[in-house]
Write a protein that binds this ligand. Structure first.
Ligand code: PAF
Length: 283
């Protein structure tokens, strides 16, 4: 496994792979890898001739009062997981190389970035769209894999790739959960044992809404209220948003259907966690 930190070197490696006719599968991450990332890497391994992982905690997708400084990092542990998953190249640039003095370009996907996480984290998705475009230009992937836990991020990247005619296939992969239902996230590392218990309220709220939907409830307001009550009963849990929206447009709905997305962000102590489900999905 080759570890590359320079953009020029990564671009050269990608060029050589392309010339040799190798298809590049790419998993962009901010590191502190867990089983969710490993599932993306294994899928990438099975689909690409060559597998590239990027590890870069992207400063421009964090707001001024967010957790950029304390975001968990463990390059050694990440490389061990990457090796196990058959990664060929780990690309881990510095922020100074990615954003040299004078950097001033941004990619913005307009409407899809407005609600949900876009409303609570202004500028976040501009930072994501910009770094993903830049990483695509550096790594030159044929396909790139993203987790569905960041449903809105995935929708924005798909839109951006279509709008800008980027020659990359985008693959969305299922949410990976702990045995008790907690969606895997690098930010779970911030939770104390008590907070981890409270964090289960996200997946429990999802289960409740899915059960009521399966039992015939279609009224969005009633479903939201039931889910909110469940979460607010937990200590140290405050709801950032809990919404039912059309999965394609992210517009709000008053009656739910199989194509409705339930998306929520909950702050447990000082840790903001997100989760979601598509009501029509099997799980
Ligand atoms: O999902 C993430 O880890 C990040 O938002 C991404 C896509 C790697 C961009 O920094």
């Amino acid at each position: 496994m080759n570890i590359i930190t320079s953009i020029a070197e990564m671009q050269q490696a990608a060029l050589l792979l392309k010339r040799a006719g190798k298809g590049i599968a790419f998993v962009p991450t901010m590191g502190y890898l867990h089983e969710g990332h490993a599932s993306l890497l294994r899928e990438g391994r099975s689909r690409g001739d060559s597998l590239v992982l990027s590890i870069f905690v992207n400063p421009i997708q964090f707001g001024p009062s967010e957790d950029l400084e304390r975001y968990p990092r463990n390059l050694e542990g990440d490389c061990a997981i990457a090796r196990e998953c058959g990664v060929d190249i780990v690309f881990t640039p510095t922020a100074a190389e990615m954003y040299p003095p004078g950097f001033q370009t941004a990619i913005r996907v307009k409407e899809l970035a407005l609600p949900l996480c876009g409303a609570s984290r202004p500028g976040h998705f501009d930072g994501v769209a910009t770094v993903v475009t830049k990483l695509f230009n550096i790594v030159q992937p044929d396909l790139a894999l993203f987790g569905k836990k960041d449903f809105q991020q995935l929708a924005i990247i798909r839109r951006m790739v279509a709008d800008l005619s980027l020659p990359v296939e985008i693959v969305g992969m299922p949410i990976v959960r702990e045995a008790d239902g907690l969606a895997m996230s690098s930010r779970n590392a911030y939770l104390s044992p008590d907070q981890r218990q409270s964090a289960l309220s996200l997946s429990k709220a999802i289960r409740l809404v899915r059960e009521r939907y399966a039992a015939g409830e279609r009224n969005a307001a009633r479903l939201i209220e039931a889910a909110r009550n469940l979460i607010l009963a937990k200590p140290a849990a405050t709801i950032d948003y809990l919404e039912l929206r059309d999965a394609a447009t992210l517009a709000t709905v008053s009656d739910v259907s199989d194509t409705t997305l339930m998306a929520l962000a909950v702050i447990i102590g000082t840790t903001r966690l997100i989760d979601n489900t598509l009501l029509g999905d099997e799980r």
